[in-house]
Ligand binder design. Structure first.
Ligand SMILES: O=C(O)CCC(=O)C(=O)O
Ligand SMILES: [Fe+2]
Length: 282
């Protein structure tokens, strides 16, 4: 299609779809498969469907944001990251996900657990409508945040992650440590902030949205406690020193980054999570 005009005929067709109860994403799909570009199609849809219904479609159609990414061209089996050789155990495209081996030494895992232990509190997740955060039953672990650069160990790990994922240290949040007891879990969720939620505006001021997550295992639970990705039916085994990385180039389920921590069946589970923002996180 050389020219894309929103003709009266197209408008009539859109109104028919809307009256017939066809979901806007179906209408968008139909328009795209007959050659309409997403931005013109969305413009046409905006004349007929309400803004609220179109908001998620706009996010899905937005250009991809730059994301952290390890240098895996040439399929290396390990990568040198700042001060340590890290193994590449698995890499997939959709979702963009990489499992690393030996990202942290045993000594580093022990030291992180010990320095976090005295500061643990029941984990909080972001509330949907208020502008604070609230205790959430979806997450039954206890957790704490280090400030970025808070300790020599934090600095070393942050520098290693920045080199591994080619993402500025300044764009990272401080390390978060979570402790799960038997039975504790983290139900499937997305790590990005919903741009359309009232509570997100203040959070997004500080470095923009999250675009990547690195979950590092600080111990090996006796049983259970894997990290699951329900969209692709993947479960990453929680092995001390290993880590799972995934990125999301837009805050949308199409990134397939829905994930959670399965219940710990025996023993306990410790993880450190590093979240990466689009911009500088101060
Ligand atoms: O504990 C896990 O395996 C997942 C942790 C997680 O999803 C997070 O910290 O956002
Ligand atoms: Fe998460």
């Amino acid at each position: 299609m050389s020219e894309q005009n929103i003709t009266p005929e197209l408008r009539r067709w859109l109104q028919e779809q809307q009256r017939a109860g066809v979901a806007p994403e179906q209408v968008l799909k139909a328009m795209q498969s007959s050659g309409w570009t997403p931005d013109v199609a969305l413009q046409a849809l905006a004349g007929v469907f309400n803004a609220e219904a179109l908001a998620p479609l706009r996010i899905a159609a937005a250009p991809a944001a730059p994301v952290p990414e390890p240098a895996l061209q040439g399929a290396p089996t390990s990568l040198w990251a700042h001060d340590r050789e890290v193994k590449v155990l698995l890499s997939m495209a959709a979702p963009r996900l990489v499992v690393f081996g030996g990202l942290l030494s045993d000594e580093e895992c022990v030291a992180l657990r010990e320095s976090a232990a005295t500061r643990l509190a029941r984990s909080e997740t972001v509330a949907v409508d208020a502008d604070g955060s609230e205790i959430n039953t979806a997450r039954t672990s206890r957790g704490m945040f280090f400030d970025r650069g808070e300790t020599e160990l934090c600095c070393r790990i942050e520098a290693r992650i920045a080199a591994l994922l080619n993402w500025p240290i300044e764009n990272g949040e401080g390390l978060q440590v979570l402790h799960y007891q038997p039975g504790a879990e983290y139900l499937p969720h997305y790590d990005y902030f919903e741009p359309n939620n009232a509570s997100s505006a203040a959070i997004l001021q500080r470095g923009g949205n999250r675009v990547g997550t690195l979950v590092m295992y600080l111990n090996t639970p006796l049983r259970g406690g894997g990290t699951i990705f329900p969209n692709i039916k993947l479960e990453v085994a929680p092995v001390q020193g290993n880590a799972v990385f995934f990125s999301y180039d837009r805050p949308h389920p199409s990134t397939l980054t829905l994930h959670g921590g399965t219940p710990v069946l025996e023993g306990e589970k410790w993880v450190a999570t590093k979240w990466m923002r689009q911009g500088v996180f101060e």
